[in-house]
Design a protein around this ligand. Structure first.
Ligand code: SAH
Length: 408
């Protein structure tokens, strides 16, 4: 596969637009992992607590919390000196004890179709990827929830890489902040038109299984949804799970966002192979949890993601079985043409096959859009994340004169 990169910026060029509203991402001035308390990722109540602990007078607490929250999440200002509605000595006090720090962008690639992929550095030397996908009437940010993944889905490149750890709340929210920096997506004072935002939607479809990092994902999404800050509504956030059944009802009750499920097969036998978590929670258990979701979350449809693998799961018979399985669930079926990666064991179904499959679902009364692969020239499409990064790591080691096993 050819890699056509329109522009790869050096890390220092990202997030330093010269405007006061850009967070400083350079390690020197705002280290994300320093001894100072990072305010990013704290819930409002935690922010209040931490301000109190460091001496903000009790009767000012509410007000100061609201002001600082608004600077960080509404205006995108991370520099305490620029928080002009706070007294000078209070700004100096804040600077002494706190930082507003987000992960550093190591590289940014821009696809021919405008998709942007960020390789970001998180704590203890790990890296994850975040993808921005612009569309005509919306812009979607695809964020990661874990470094690596434990699921080992046989068709997913991320799944072939080891799971390292869960991302923290700050690292999850930080992905939204750094993308808004890069896209210059903060309101100018007095012109805060929400409908003009470049990031209008969020999908938790990057690296990792969000429901294996439930609390951090929930707390991060609560910050993102807060109406005094980023204010993206729960209906514009979609969490995708491979089927961590016990956490599905909690997602409805504690986040209330839209749900997508990586379905991919209509029999337990095949799903056990493609999505091995099915051995723990099978189709019957998964479908029972999904049936409850719209009522519990007061949301509309569930998105069933279905990767189209030639000769594996793409027959008309399987389309009919899929329709039977989901009957009674308000649903739409997203058909994802398989995105190949080096030495992947499957092939993408033909366009005709995908259309015929879509037709059956459509005739049964469900929307069945075929997802256009986005950013596949920069390996930013579904299931491709991290691969380029791993190769970069191999290259770096090779450059340093160490022998490194080739990963692909
Ligand atoms: N762990 C969660 C979040 C990842 S979402 C989940 O499984 O839902 C990533 C989506 O891309 C999932 O639907 C996944 O099944 C799909 N995917 C993974 N590899 C793919 C590939 N090579 N081609 C197309 N889609 C893929």
């Amino acid at each position: 596969m050819t890699v056509a990169v329109k522009g790869t910026d050096s890390p220092s060029a990202v997030g330093q637009t010269g405007k006061m509203n850009a967070f400083d991402q350079s390690e020197k001035s705002t280290p994300m992992y320093s001894n100072q308390v990072n305010l990013v990722g704290l819930a409002r109540t935690e922010l209040e607590d931490v301000l109190a602990r460091f001496g903000t007078p009790q009767k000012q607490l509410r007000m100061r919390t609201a002001q600082i929250w608004q600077w960080i999440y509404y205006w995108g200002v991370g520099d305490f000196a620029a928080m002009t509605n706070l007294a000078n000595d209070y700004r100096a006090h804040l600077k002494e004890h706190f930082v507003v720090a987000i992960p550093e962008v190591l590289s940014r690639q821009i696809s021919n179709d405008g998709t942007r992929k960020y390789l970001i550095k998180v704590g203890s030397g790990h890296e994850v990827e975040t993808v921005y996908i612009p569309d005509e009437n919306r812009g979607t940010l695809c964020i990661s929830s874990q470094v690596g993944c434990t699921l080992s889905c046989s068709f997913c490149h991320t799944g072939t890489q080891p799971m390292v750890r869960n991302l923290t709340v700050a690292e999850i929210v930080g992905q939204v902040l750094l993308a808004r920096n890069d896209l210059d997506d903060w309101p100018e004072r007095g012109h805060a038109k929400k409908e003009e935002r470049r990031i209008s939607n969020i999908v938790l479809m990057g690296m990792g299984e969000p429901l294996f990092n439930f609390e951090n994902v929930r707390d991060a999404m609560r910050i993102v949804m807060d109406s005094g800050g980023i204010s993206i509504s729960r209906r514009r956030i979609t969490l995708s799970t491979a089927g961590v059944v016990p956490q599905i009802a909690r997602t409805a009750q504690e986040i209330g966002c839209m749900l997508a499920v990586s379905f991919h097969a209509t029999t337990n036998e095949l799903r056990d192979e493609l999505v091995p978590i099915n051995r723990r929670w099978n189709l019957a258990a998964l479908l029972a949890a999904l049936r409850e979701y719209p009522r519990l979350s007061n949301s509309e449809r569930i998105t069933f993601e279905y990767v189209m693998l030639a000769g594996i799961n793409d027959s008309d018979e399987e389309a009919r079985r899929l329709v039977q399985l989901i009957s009674g669930i308000p649903a739409k079926v997203n058909l994802i043409p398989f995105n190949e990666w080096p030495r992947s064991p499957y092939q993408r179904s033909s366009d005709d096959r995908i259309r015929s499959f879509a037709d059956i679902i459509h005739k049964a009364g469900y929307a069945a859009p075929i997802r256009t692969p986005r950013g596949d020239d920069i390996l930013a499409a579904c299931g491709q994340l991290k691969s380029a990064t791993q190769r970069l790591g191999v290259l770096r080691k090779a450059e340093a004169g160490q022998s490194a096993p080739l990963l692909q």
